[in-house]
Design a protein around this ligand. Structure first.
Ligand SMILES: [Zn+2]
Length: 88
């Protein structure tokens, strides 16, 4: 039985590695949530190859819109990534 070796992160898109800012902001306009996260702490917890798609889901936990019956309606995003990277 061939077990697939788990990739560091299969999400694609930007990872922690692509951001150099010491502090990474995360916000959800819809929920009126805003947080400042230390990049160092995130790297320690998730690894430098963790994608923002994955981090986004982590930080959207507790967002009611994330678990919407119609799917993910949460507006959690990372302003540091710019508009384009947050579209996915
Ligand atoms: Zn939200």
């Amino acid at each position: 039985m061939a077990r697939r070796r788990p990739k560091p992160d299969s999400e694609g898109g930007p990872t922690l590695r692509s951001v150099r800012a010491a502090v990474i902001e995360v916000e959800c306009m819809l929920c009126d949530r805003r947080d400042r996260l230390e990049r160092k702490a995130l790297v320690a917890q998730f690894g430098v190859h963790a994608s923002f798609a994955r981090l986004r889901r982590r930080f959207a936990v507790g967002c009611e819109l994330m678990c919407h019956p119609d799917g993910d309606k949460c507006g959690t995003r990372f302003p540091c990534l710019g508009q384009a990277a947050n579209q996915e």
